[in-house]
Design a protein around this ligand. Structure first.
Ligand code: NCD
Length: 338
């Protein structure tokens, strides 16, 4: 039987991605990843129509819970939820005194009492979203936890690459910049290697994680050797808000060695294309003319794919909730002793 989106049956969906939460990419199978990408693919066209609305999430309550700044991720989740007909409530908790532990758990308990279906959470502490997910009965989506993971960003990046090239398997993908603090890098490393790409990290030594060799990637400290033969170049912002020491002498020097300009772009394959999760710092990690060159840069496509991917994730988790927890809508209190 077709579901309202008209593609998969409900039982297909449950067997292909049967988790309650999406907390990270680590541990997902190639099938689970491909399933979410395929579901997202079905929403791209719908999002280009005049009438973009579906009723898949009608009656569902979704909280967008952001303890950290966000422009595109928050908006994109909001749009995704609304396009699927859900009720989306945005909560910005930047001003509240966030103390890891009690405050976060208190927030979780409070929200849980309102019977949400899905919580979308961004939190500055790595592991903060998982902690919260253990206190609630609904589905939880990690919209970025500290420098740990940002699963929907990696999914949208993968969808962008797959649509551009047709596949991910065998591609040489360079991730350049502040790898140390980047949850985008971590989720992409997991996802793209799971799907058969070869990953190179390019960064100054100070901005590479110490356990880099355990990640199954190659690492380089200069663009010249790192970019050679690359099919895709993913540039990352310097996450100054997470830096508590001096990691490089100056932005000017950083741009000189690691900023992507046309000259460095020539080191990669002829058709190599450029990605960036945003927000961009023009003139720091990327030259403005390269970022704006639509023949080489897919930055805008990434934003478009973000909505489709988030629709796929929301829909999948909502369907899983329906059947996996029959007691879900009963009067419940948060799980004890957690
Ligand atoms: C990224 C993030 O928040 O991790 N942005 C995003 O979600 N598009 C990257 C960044 O902040 O540099």
């Amino acid at each position: 039987m077709k579901n309202p989106a008209g593609i998969n049956t409900r039982s297909d969906m449950l067997t292909s991605f049967s988790r309650q939460h999406l907390l990270g990419i680590e541990g997902l199978s190639p099938n689970e990843i491909a399933f979410l990408l395929n579901r997202a693919e079905t929403y791209i066209n719908q999002n280009r129509q005049i009438n973009k609305k579906k009723s898949t999430l009608r009656g569902r309550t979704i909280f967008n819970l952001f303890f950290e700044n966000s422009t595109r991720t928050r908006t994109s989740f909001e749009l995704a939820g609304k396009r699927l007909g859900g009720d989306v409530i945005n909560m910005s908790l930047l001003q509240s005194s966030i103390k890891k532990g009690e405050t976060l758990i208190d927030t979780a308990m409070t929200l849980n009492a309102m019977h949400p279906d899905i919580l979308i959470v961004r939190h500055p502490a790595s592991g903060g979203v998982k902690l919260l997910s253990e206190k609630v009965n609904c589905a939880v989506i990690n919209a970025g936890d500290g420098s740990h993971e940002h699963p929907t960003q990696a999914l949208l990046d993968a969808l962008t690459i797959r649509r551009r090239v047709g596949h991910i398997m065998g591609l040489n993908i360079a991730i350049c910049g502040d790898i140390l603090h980047s949850r985008v890098a971590r989720s992409n490393i997991y996802l793209l290697s799971t799907m058969g790409a070869r990953i190179r990290l390019i960064a100054p030594k100070t901005l590479l994680p110490t356990n880099v060799e355990t990640l199954g990637v190659e690492s380089f400290n200069n663009m010249k050797s790192g970019l050679k033969d690359c099919d895709v170049i993913m540039m990352l912002r310097l996450q100054r808000e997470r830096m508590h020491a001096s990691y490089f002498p100056s932005s000017r020097e950083y741009f000189h060695f690691f900023g992507l300009n046309y000259k460095k772009l020539e080191l990669a394959k002829k058709n190599a294309f450029i990605m960036h999760p945003g927000p961009m710092n023009r003139g720091v990690e990327i030259a403005p003319e390269v970022a704006d060159d639509v023949s080489r840069s897919v930055i805008r496509e990434q934003v478009e794919m973000g909505v489709a991917v988030r629709m796929a994730v929301l829909e999948t988790l909502a369907i899983n909730l329906d059947t996996s927890q029959p007691e879900f809508f009963d009067e419940k209190t948060p799980k004890p002793n957690q």
